[in-house]
Design a protein around this ligand. Structure first.
Ligand SMILES: Nc1ncnc2c1ncn2[C@@H]1O[C@H](COP(=O)(O)OP(=O)(O)OP(=O)(O)O)[C@@H](O)[C@H]1O
Ligand SMILES: [Mg+2]
Length: 346
């Protein structure tokens, strides 16, 4: 059967299985936001910055003091929160929400400053202790600087009350597999450092990263082959290789509105050659673009369902679709994504 335009007919009435695949699963938002650190990872362009910003907004809305960290430091995370690029020092961008851009060179300078300015006899600050191991010249210092700075922020306390400065840290990771090197850096280093204060620091960081109650990863994918394959592979490597928990996979830019039989009937009536003159007269133009739009919507809906099924069959965790937000930018997209996430995460 083909449509009037000659293109193959697509799903008019999605089956229950397709609807179920698209609907995804619900996960508990409070449990997710109760983690201390959420790493948002995935292939380039899958919406990591937007998802990080949305989770950070949801955390702040839940009354938490949130720090969002941009590992790439391209300024995209701050932009997704409606703010100009932040710096290496946390900057407040919304109520209860700050952004920090992590440039490893600055982390290194911060380390050197502290390391060389603080006399060895005085008590080392927590940051100096975190970065102390750099002086040993062991491999992977950049990865350790990233994860060390995140761990340092996680451990920071208010001066007077000694309460943690941040309730939740959400990290916008670099694209692809780089997150693995960050998360596995401390574990790898443990095999090189035998004892002393450096080992204690690295053990503490590794303990934080591999504690599923405190640290988790949220994966981002799109309804396309490569982002989905990459999310599945990344999950396996993170869980089995780095030993890090993965709580959720988001299928971003999902098209979850089916084209119904009623839409098709309406379209058929509009393109009926018998009514062509009246339609053109009444609507001011031929309805062909609308027909192409409906075909595209049906195609994207089927594609979304296919990749939802693939992710759900391969990943032992909730897969949550986040709809394609049309015609918005920056903070408005982030807010719409946050609303979509919170409606999915009970
Ligand atoms: N659900 C969505 N609907 C529509 N647009 C979206 C959605 N999620 C993200 N976007 C938009 O897609 C673009 C890419 O998103 P984003 O920058 O978050 O991806 P990224 O994975 O961080 O990319 P990069 O690899 O460049 O860092 C942005 O313009 C963003 O506003
Ligand atoms: Mg980004």
């Amino acid at each position: 059967m083909s449509s009037p335009a000659g293109t193959p007919q697509r799903s008019w009435r999605p089956s229950t299985a397709v609807r179920r695949a698209i609907a995804g699963e619900r996960i508990d938002l409070a449990t997710l936001l109760a983690r201390r650190v959420i790493f948002v990872a995935g292939k380039g362009g899958t919406g990591r910055s937007t998802m990080t910003a949305a989770l950070a907004l949801l955390g702040a809305r839940a009354g938490k003091r949130v720090l969002a960290i941009d590992v790439d430091a391209k300024g995209d995370l701050a932009a997704a929160l409606g703010s100009p690029p932040a710096g290496f020092t946390p900057r407040v961008v919304q109520h209860d929400l700050s952004v920090l851009e992590l440039r490893t060179d600055e982390s290194f300078q911060e380390y050197l400053n502290i390391y060389f300015k603080v006399p060895r006899v005085t008590r080392l600050t927590p940051l100096a202790r975190v970065f102390d191991f750099i002086a040993t010249g062991v491999p992977g210092p950049r990865d350790m600087l990233v994860v060390g700075k995140i761990a340092y922020e996680e451990r920071r306390k208010e001066r007077e009350s000694r309460a943690p400065v941040w309730d939740l840290i959400v990290v916008d990771c670099a694209a692809g597999g780089q997150v693995e090197s960050h998360l596995a850096a401390a574990k790898a280093m443990l095999s090189l450092v035998r004892g002393g204060i450096i080992r204690a620091q690295v053990e503490w960081i590794d303990g934080l990263v591999r504690d599923p109650q405190r640290t988790t990863v949220v994966l981002c994918a799109l309804p396309e082959e490569m982002p989905v394959v990459e999310a599945i592979e990344l999950h396996d490597r993170l869980r089995k290789g780095a030993g890090v928990a993965v709580d959720m996979c988001v299928l971003n830019r999902a098209v979850d509105e089916p084209v119904t039989a009623a839409h098709r009937r309406l379209m058929k009536a509009l393109v009926d050659p018998e009514h062509a003159d009246v339609v053109v007269q009444q609507l001011g133009g031929a309805p062909a673009p609308l027909e192409a739009g409906i075909d595209l919507q049906a195609h994207l809906y089927d594609t979304t369902a296919r990749y939802m099924r693939m992710l759900r069959s391969k990943l032992p965790m909730p897969v949550v679709p986040v709809p394609f937000i049309v015609d918005r930018t920056g903070l408005t997209t982030t807010r719409a994504v946050a609303d979509a996430l919170s409606s999915r995460l009970a």
